[in-house]
Design a protein around this ligand. Structure first.
Ligand code: UD1
Length: 427
């Protein structure tokens, strides 16, 4: 076990390159199973979730190596349709194998997926979508088995624009017989990236990025090379950190249009932002202003994955702000930890009422999930004194060595082994 030790109070300054998007890379790596042969996927971040994804691919019989942002994959040797339970339990995105394995082998066996504990996180929309395509699903206490001799196109209306369900259904439908329409589809940029990858392999999909996606099934897909889009959540985390520390930071390798809702919120808070091509410049030199109300909702609205981080910023604003979380019911676990650092936040059901304070103070805190962990790091960077963030394996799921990113911007932040580890590693 490791922890981050942060000496706060220094404005971030400099230029940082944003790595590829975890949430695009995960379904794309799973989708590679649908075309037997050699694939090269570029701009893949070196994260814990990606290494679990590669372990799953290997467990299915594929060869997979990540080197310097490039994954070389050979899926021709895949022989299994069963995703092992110990890997399923490590990551919710293991569920992305349902569509691809069903398409390739006509059968898939998975277990209940793990992932960040931020809410109930059901998979009923995934299962209903696959059933509509003709899959027979059997659920037992610990396994879910799906089978289909031939998937068939269908009109599917999602009750909620679930990102994962949209992606799983798209993948299964890409090799179904006939046309599938997904209505009330999620519109996230990562879904467009998956569409582009599948189309590069020979699929016929249009509409990703809108709420209606149309998929004409094809008999066969062929391997290809593909480059993943930049990570908008990592970029957003860096933008918020720059503002919270009253810094001056330039982000390169970003897509500014993917960050419109955050840019709008930050400008309301008094942050200066300039964007051009794949560059965003963020600076803030005065006290932040409160923002009356931020509500998380599906893209293009404010992302739930930046809710915890923006709450740190609003904790330092000049008056009261309200943040309402509508996607995940368990996503306020950072509030208690921020309060220990001097934040003044009251939670009522799914709304947080944040009274800005002049400063936060360093404390020993624990990351409860990936984005909550990132928020605590930002709080530590902005706070007076020393902050120690524990349980940082959560952060490693989504940020490629977050301490290196912030250190390159002038932060004082170190990763150190926890005492128990340090003593055991010496023997
Ligand atoms: C994806 C992202 C995650 C982000 C989330 C919302 C990936 C790998 N992860 O997660 O970072 O926070 O989108 O933007 O892309 N739901 C159901 N039944 C289902 C599926 C979902 O009720 O079958 C509910 C969930 O419990 C949740 C909501 O729908 O309340 C949104 O979930 P979903 O959009 O599916 O998120 P994920 O794909 O898990």
């Amino acid at each position: 076990m490791e922890k981050l030790v942060i000496e706060g109070g220094r404005p971030l300054s400099g230029t940082i390159r944003i790595h590829g998007a975890k949430n695009a890379a995960l379904p794309i790596l799973a989708a590679s199973m649908m075309a037997a042969g050699s694939h090269i996927i570029e701009n893949v971040p070196n994260l814990l979730d990606i290494s679990v994804m590669l372990d799953i691919l290997r467990s299915l019989g594929c060869r997979a190596v990540l080197d310097d942002g490039k994954v070389r994959l050979n899926t021709a040797t895949a022989h299994s349709y069963h995703v092992p339970e110990h890997l399923m339990s490590q990551m919710r995105s293991s569920i992305f194998f349902m569509g691809p394995l069903l398409a390739r082998f006509g059968k898939v066996q998975v277990h209940q997926p793990g992932g960040c504990a931020i809410g109930e996180r059901k998979i009923d929309l995934h299962l209903r979508g696959l059933t509509a395509l003709g899959a027979r699903i059997e659920e037992s206490a610990d396994t879910i088995t799906c089978e289909a001799d031939q998937l068939r196109g269908a009109d599917i209306v999602l009750d909620f624009p679930s990102v994962g369900a949209t992606e799983n259904i798209m993948m299964a439908a890409a090799m179904a017989k006939g046309t599938t329409t997904i209505s009330n589809a999620a519109r996230e940029p990562e879904i467009q990236d998956l569409q582009n990858y599948l189309n590069a392999m020979g699929a016929r999909i249009i509409g990703a990025g809108t709420d209606t996606i149309s998929i004409d099934g094809v008999d066969r897909l062929v391997p290809c090379s593909y480059e993943i889009i930049p990570d908008r959540i990592v970029a957003g985390t860096m933008m918020i950190a720059a503002a919270a520390t009253r810094g001056d930071v330039t982000l390169v390798n970003v897509n500014p249009s993917h960050l419109n809702s955050l840019t709008h919120a930050l400008r309301r808070a008094g942050v200066q932002i300039a964007a051009e091509n794949d560059i965003i410049h963020v600076s803030c030199h005065s006290r932040l202003k409160s923002v009356e109300r931020i509500v998380t909702s599906p893209y293009p609205s404010f992302p739930t994955d930046l809710q915890a981080q923006v709450m740190v910023l609003l904790s330092l604003a000049d008056s009261i702000s309200i943040v309402k979380e509508t996607i995940f019911e368990g996503r306020f676990k950072h509030v208690g930890e921020l309060t220990r650092m001097g934040a003044d936040i009251r939670v009522d059901l799914n709304s947080a009422f944040i009274r800005g304070v002049p400063r936060l103070y360093g404390a020993a805190v624990e990351a409860s999930d990936l984005r909550a962990g990132a928020a605590l790091v930002i709080a530590g960077l902005a706070a007076c004194g020393t902050t120690v963030v524990e349980q940082i394996h959560h952060i490693d799921r989504g940020y490629d060595r977050i301490e290196d990113m912030f250190r390159s911007l002038g932060a004082r932040i170190e990763r150190i082994a926890c005492a128990a580890d340090a003593s055991s590693s010496g023997t």
